[in-house]
Design a protein around this ligand. Structure first.
Ligand code: NAP
Length: 328
């Protein structure tokens, strides 16, 4: 279960001057009860405000600029990655998105439940708000009321079946698969550059400005698609590319377990986050692996991202402990 937990004022304020703008005895009790023994995901600023990991639960901090590590403390570069990391640790953990604004906004389309404490207060000059959402996608359960001078009411918004953005996407999506051709090349190249730029930005860097990657990629794909040493399978929703894969073929002097000497180099594995966990990456992987088989390759090599390792291991890839690289 992926949940979201927040307290908001009558005018939707959740933060002011880097803090929660109220102190109400008992208001945070539910937070402790729900999250203890589970996982919480919070933005870097919220975490720095608290200043330490909360005990007896997995703390995942979302940041692109800082790394927090310790006992029960890890860092992720997006909400999606945070959830994947929590589920990798323990599939049964409930994951609670605990703010602030950007995390809530990213998570609302797919959370199963939103625990919203409605605080009976109007906060002037708030500077962080809870994002707008479509309440028709949820059933509302009203819970207990508490508080002394300032009252609060517990509410739970429970996602209606089939209303998850991902479910809707899966239902609406007419996923088709096709080999990359000249017709999709421009879009494919733009996607690759966006993806690689985001990988730099995720670690707080900018890609080098003096590299004309677009021209280099165009040249590469033209040459290697023409001589058959690069193939790519795409997943499309309508005419939009939502998943990519790539396989290059190289030859080494043959060896006993690979008498053709032909090796497939896997690259460009990517699925649009809104289409993940629908089996698309697995299908794309299968298609390019079969391409390598029919080219006569004896092995397929990859350099896997952390998120990719699970997919590749499930498919049957094995670690090769001595793999090293020398950068030129
Ligand atoms: N009322 C409540 O229930 C509640 C709950 C939580 C927080 N709050 C309040 O909300 C305020 C803090 O919220 P905030 O929105 O200003 O900050 P925040 O979400 O706590 O932290 C923002 C930082 O988190 C990282 N981040 C956020 N979204 C990201 C994304 N999608 N991908 C990668 N990194 C992302 C970035 O860190 P880097 O800059 O390091 O990349 C960003 O600068 C405080 O006033 C706090 O008290 C209230």
């Amino acid at each position: 279960m992926v949940g979201l937990i927040v307290a908001r004022s009558k005018n939707n304020v959740i933060g002011k001057n880097g803090q929660i703008p109220w102190r109400i005895k008992g208001e945070q009790k539910q937070f402790k009860e729900l999250t203890t023994g589970n996982a919480i995901v919070m933005g870097r600023k919220s975490y720095e405000e608290i200043g330490h990991p909360l005990p007896n639960r997995l703390n995942i901090i979302v940041s692109r600029t800082k790394k927090f590590e310790g006992e029960n403390l890890i860092t992720a570069s997006s909400v999606q990655e945070a959830i994947a990391l929590a589920k990798d640790k323990d599939e049964n953990l409930n994951v609670y998105i605990a703010g602030g604004y950007g995390l809530y906004k990213e998570a609302i389309p797919f959370v199963d439940k939103m625990y919203i404490t409605e605080v009976d207060l109007v906060v002037e000059d708030g500077d962080v708000f809870f994002p707008e959402f479509d309440s028709d996608e949820f059933d509302l359960e009203i819970g207990e009321t508490g508080g002394d001078e300032i009252k609060f009411t517990r509410t739970v918004y429970v996602r209606r079946a089939g209303e998850k953005a991902k479910d809707k996407a899966a239902d609406a999506a007419q996923i088709t698969y096709k080999r990359l051709t000249e017709a999709e090349l421009e879009m494919f190249i733009n996607m690759r550059i966006t993806q690689m730029t985001e990988e730099y930005e995720a670690v707080g860097k900018r890609p080098p400005e003096d590299v004309d990657l677009k021209t280099a990629l165009k040249d590469f794909y033209h040459r290697h698609m023409a001589d058959g040493t690069f193939v790519s399978w795409l997943a499309l929703d309508g005419d939009k590319i939502i998943g990519t894969s790539g396989m290059s073929f190289v030859e080494k002097p043959p060896y006993f377990s690979c008498p053709t000497g032909r090796i497939g180099l896997l690259s460009s594995m990517f699925t649009n986050p809104n289409y993940r966990r629908m089996g698309i990456a697995k299908e794309l992987l299968h298609r390019v692996v079969e391409e390598a088989r029919s080219y006569g390759c004896g092995a397929v090599w990859i350099t896997a991202s952390n998120m990719g390792v699970k997919l590749y291991t499930a498919y049957g890839f094995e670690h090769n402990g001595n793999f090293m690289q020398y950068k030129l």
